[in-house]
Ligand binder design. Structure first.
Ligand code: AMP
Ligand code: MG
Length: 501
């Protein structure tokens, strides 16, 4: 219920109306457990708009009662907290048991669009899956996930969301002593490719089938009607993931840890650990300190997409056909369609980025040539695309000046202009459409670091709040916000990110 419809004084009891289908349906895929109490919790950030979308009362939740829930100190009515089990290929190596080592699913709610959404605490203490870990999160990574998830949402990219960030009042021990924090994360579900691998690794085919049936009903109900529902389910996940990775590539996003346990069945981006946006266009860019061989480099993401989906396919073999050979053949055919599918999503995204509304066989080359001119010219990915609309408005220099060697860009521009004439769309109409797909504000790495450092070192949330406000409207240019649009100052040290633990 929206708060404004309520009378003053009736906001005291936050009510989630949980309906916990995962707990009801998928025994064997979770362990019930409780959050560890937080000694001195404090609310740092609360997402009113998301609370409303979830059908929750933002006023009731942005309160001491809400803080008690988001810090793990109170289990809200109807919640059945549990840690989910999953396995996963991490950097290519298989771990048969990972699971929520520092997360707890509080339960599911039905949002105002009738979508089922998970409410999860991340950083709420040890679970049976914690292995050697402390089950906690440090403030920096919690705020990073909050910022980037909300930025991705505003960019129109499927993602888990951030409902609240609280500090626990406790220290967590990493390379240094850091303030502890908890993120409340919202997802269409937290089922991962690794969840299927968990069941399959135990040889429990009934359980995997139950999981598949559950995922079909929850995420892809239409596939239940298909001639071969499990094959159709696989194709639907593949399409959602192909579309997702295409969006990442269209926007210059590098996930950083595309392990199968970080690949959702819903097609949402999940687990913002060492993720970052690329500034200068360089396809081999890797930010993550632990990705020494560049497995999850920007340009490798589409290939990893297929690799990860092949791991999902392996778990579905028994259900696709009783004849194993035939099942493998059918799944392989679908796997072979993933790259072309990805490319068509990517190309559609790129066409709209350069203002094309029709299809021409030469578009792929036109777009790849722009990327190659950008790479050679050391140009900023986000800024080039954004400023192309200025060229349509008659100001070519603002984009041209971004290239170290503008002559190659000039040649490209002539080809581009010719191609635009073919479409015959009014320049201003086109420029406006381009400004709705090419953001001006993305989470620039130095700006994110600045906001996190102020919060963690000085307890100052102002830079965070200001950055979040800008990122909530990534396509709308605002005078005075130039610093948020600029790439990081060039330094000798490459930007590095660290796993969000
Ligand atoms: P992630 O890097 O978030 O994808 O996590 C990989 C695995 O490590 C998951 O099973 C996590 O639950 C687990 N994990 C990460 N950090 C911690 C921690 N501080 N305590 C316990 N488990 C953790
Ligand atoms: Mg993970």
């Amino acid at each position: 219920m929206v708060s404004s419809t309520k009378a003053v004084g009736v906001h005291d009891h936050p009510c989630f109306n949980f309906d916990n289908s995962f707990a009801r349906s998928l025994e064997g895929f979770f362990v019930s457990c409780q959050a560890e109490p937080a000694v001195a919790p404090k609310m740092l950030q609360f997402n009113h708009a998301l609370a409303e979308e979830l059908g929750l009362d933002p006023v009731a939740l942005d309160s001491d009662a809400g803080l008690a829930i988001f810090s793990g100190n109170t289990t809200p009515e109807g919640s059945e907290p549990l840690a989910q089990a999953y396995a996963g290929h991490q950097f290519g190596g298989f771990s048969p048991q990972l699971g929520d080592g520092r997360a707890l699913l509080l339960g599911e709610v039905i949002d105002t669009q009738q979508r089922r959404r998970d409410i999860q605490l991340k950083g709420s203490g040890r679970t049976p899956f914690s292995r050697g870990g402390d089950g906690k999160s440090a403030l920096g990574p919690v705020l990073r996930e909050y910022l980037v998830a909300e930025a991705m949402h505003a960019l129109g990219i499927p993602t888990t969301r951030a409902l609240a960030a609280v500090t626990t009042g406790e220290d967590v021990y990493r390379e240094s002593v850091l303030p502890g924090a908890i993120l409340t994360r919202v997802a269409e579900s937290h089922i991962r490719i690794g969840t299927f691998q968990y069941g399959a690794a135990r040889g429990d085919s009934d359980k995997v089938r139950k999981l598949a049936d559950y995922a079909i009903a929850r995420h892809y109900p239409d596939t239940a009607e298909a001639e071969n529902p499990y094959l159709a389910f696989f194709a639907a996940v593949a399409d959602a993931q192909a579309a997702l990775v295409a969006r990442w590539m269209n926007i210059g996003f590098i996930h950083g840890v595309m392990n199968t346990d970080n690949t959702t069945i819903s097609g949402e981006t999940i687990d913002y650990g060492p993720c970052a946006f690329m500034d200068r266009y360089a396809p081999s860019t890797v930010f993550s300190s632990i990705d020494q061989h560049g497995r999850y480099a920007y340009a490798n993401q589409p290939e990893i997409l297929t690799w990860n989906l092949a791991r999902l396919a392996e778990t579905l073999i028994p259900f696709v056909d009783s004849n194993k050979e035939r099942a493998i053949e059918l799944l392989t055919e679908t796997i072979e369609c993933i790259q072309p599918l990805y490319e068509s999503h990517w190309l559609a995204g790129m066409r709209s980025k350069i203002g094309l509304s029709t299809e021409d066989p030469l578009d792929l080359k036109l777009i790849n040539d722009l990327l190659s001119v950008m790479e050679k010219g050391n140009a900023d990915f986000t800024t080039v695309f954004r400023r192309l609309s200025q060229a349509l408005r008659g100001d070519n220099d603002t984009v041209r000046n971004l290239f170290a060697e503008p002559s190659a860009f000039d040649v490209w521009t002539q080809r581009w202009q010719k191609r635009l004439e073919q479409d015959g769309v009014l320049a201003e109409t086109n420029a406006q459409a381009m400004d709705r797909v090419n953001p001006i504000y993305i989470p620039r790495n130095h700006k994110v670091e600045e906001a996190l450092a102020a919060a963690v070192n000085q307890g100052d949330m102002t830079p965070f709040s200001e950055l979040l406000a800008v990122l909530n409207h990534p396509f709308d240019e605002v005078a005075g916000n130039e610093a948020y649009a600029a790439p990081a100052p060039i330094t000798n040290r490459p930007y590095q990110t660290f796993c969000g633990t």
